[in-house]
Every structure is written in structure tokens, then in C-alpha cells.
Design a protein around this ligand. Structure first.
Ligand code: URA
Length: 245
């Protein structure tokens, strides 16, 4: 990749700033500062320094965003603020993993690791997603059975078994639901199928990843090494199970 692109991605500065740093001899590649912005670099083989400090190239970035309501899960949008506008990274290849509706809050993973993203979204991997929701209507034990048995939400097939826990039941109910699919408006359509309405929806978990309780809506943080490893192991566990089935 180009030297200037690498430096921008590693947050050294803007494209014009890094060009200036290179011109002023502040950047070295394999010990020499006689380098050009357009020079092709192998970040895994070559040693790059800025102001004497080595730059380690991070190929992938992983962020956990507490998606607020009123923003869309898209990279660009003409009308609404997008989830990407909350992330300050200079990487242009970051994308949200899956989507939450505009009025849904909660855990959203944003990364440029295409393989992990693909695995987490693959319908064959049954990655669990946990949501909490406020429901208009009285959620009953019968609803829990119906959710566990699969519901007709107007698609070709019934929904996969979902675990519905009632936290409070009344004119308005509070629930927690675990699903393993990612159909369009899935949770809302499941409640619609039993004559009830989701009035608040928040995602708490995706696979092994849990929304950090210290984050507020609109805040984000990088995943820890352990969280990344756990997500990759979620995938491994699936592959392992599948091979031994
Ligand atoms: N189910 C929904 O209905 N909406 C979401 O945003 C996520 C799951």
C-alpha cells in the first residue's frame, strides 16, 4: 500500500499533513527518510517510523458502538446521521456488521475484518443476538411457547426457535429475547405476529460480544484483544461442531 495511505490509516495525520511529515524527513522506511508519499510499502515486512517511533500497522479495527436511536445503520445517507459518523477512525473500509433499525438502540460492531463480519452474519452460523424490549400488550407464557416453536411472520419459512423471557407483564411488558437469525425487522414482526407492538428495542449481545455497560448512546470503544479472540472462537466453535456433527 502507499506510504501516505498507511500513515493516514494509522492516525498519524491527514493526507496533507503526512505528506508534509514525509517531506520534512520525519518518516523513515527501513532506516531512510528519502521516501515518497506514493511509495509502495509492505507494512508487514518493512520498518516504518514517525519522529523516531516505530509504527505498527494494524490491519483490522474493531469498534463497539452504542448505537443511539435516530441514526441509520449505513455508511452514507442523504437524510439521516449514520452510525459511521460516530466513529473517528480514518479507515475508509470500516462497515457495520449487520443492521439495526433507525429506532433500535444498542450494540453494533463496526470493523473492516470482512471474514469475521461474514461469519457473524452468515445464516448458517446461527449467531445469537440478545435484545431487550418494551412491548405494548401483555406478553404471556403462550407467546413464549409460540416464539420457541417458530412463528409465521409472512416469510417462506417459520422463524427459528427464539427464547422469550418475560421480565414484566402487563398492559406494557418488558422482555428479553434471543434470536439466531437476522431477518428484516425480525423482532418487531415476531411480536406483530402475536398481536403486540415493540415500542422500544435495544440489542445487548451479538455472539460472545456484550454491550459495555459504561458506554452511553453514541459512545464507542475499540474491542479488547480478548473480545476479538472470543468472536473468532465463536466462529471456530461453530466450524468444530459442524465437522464433528
Ligand atoms: N429486529 C427488529 O425488528 N429490529 C432491529 O433493529 C433488530 C432486530
Amino acid at each position: 500500500m502507499r506510504l501516505d495511505k498507511l500513515l493516514v490509516e494509522m492516525q498519524i495525520g491527514s493526507r496533507s499533513e503526512v505528506k508534509k511529515y514525509i517531506k520534512n524527513g520525519l518518516v523513515t522506511v527501513d532506516g531512510t527518510n528519502k521516501v515518497k508519499p506514493e511509495q509502495q510499502i509492505d507494512p508487514f515486512e518493512q520498518k516504518i517510523t514517525f519522529k523516531g517511533k516505530e509504527i505498527t500497522y494494524q490491519e483490522y479495527e474493531y469498534y463497539m458502538l452504542y448505537k443511539p436511536a435516530d441514526c441509520v445503520t449505513a455508511r452514507t445517507d442523504a437524510l439521516h446521521k449514520t452510525v459511521m459518523e460516530y466513529i473517528e477512525s480514518k479507515r475508509k473500509d470500516l462497515s457495520p456488521v449487520g443492521r439495526l433499525d433507525i429506532d433500535t438502540e444498542g450494540l453494533l460492531l463496526i470493523t473492516n475484518d470482512g471474514k469475521l463480519s461474514h461469519n457473524l452474519l452468515s445464516p448458517t452460523k446461527h449467531v445469537k443476538k440478545v435484545y431487550e424490549a418494551d412491548i405494548e400488550g401483555c406478553v404471556t407464557k403462550e407467546d413464549c411457547f409460540a416464539f420457541a416453536n417458530g412463528l409465521d411472520i409472512g416469510d417462506d419459512t417459520l422463524t427459528k426457535p427464539a427464547e422469550l423471557e418475560i421480565i414484566e407483564s402487563g398492559e406494557f411488558s418488558k422482555i428479553r429475547i434471543t434470536i439466531t437469525e437476522g431477518r428484516y425487522h425480525q423482532v418487531k414482526r415476531m411480536f406483530q405476529a402475536v398481536g403486540k407492538k415493540v415500542v422500544f428495542l435495544k440489542r445487548l449481545e451479538m455472539g460472545s460480544l456484550c454491550l459495555d455497560k459504561d458506554l452511553k448512546p453514541g459512545e464507542y470503544r475499540s474491542l479488547t484483544k480478548q473480545e476479538i479472540m472470543n468472536l473468532q472462537e465463536d466462529d471456530y466453535a461453530y466450524e468444530h461442531k459442524r465437522r464433528n456433527f
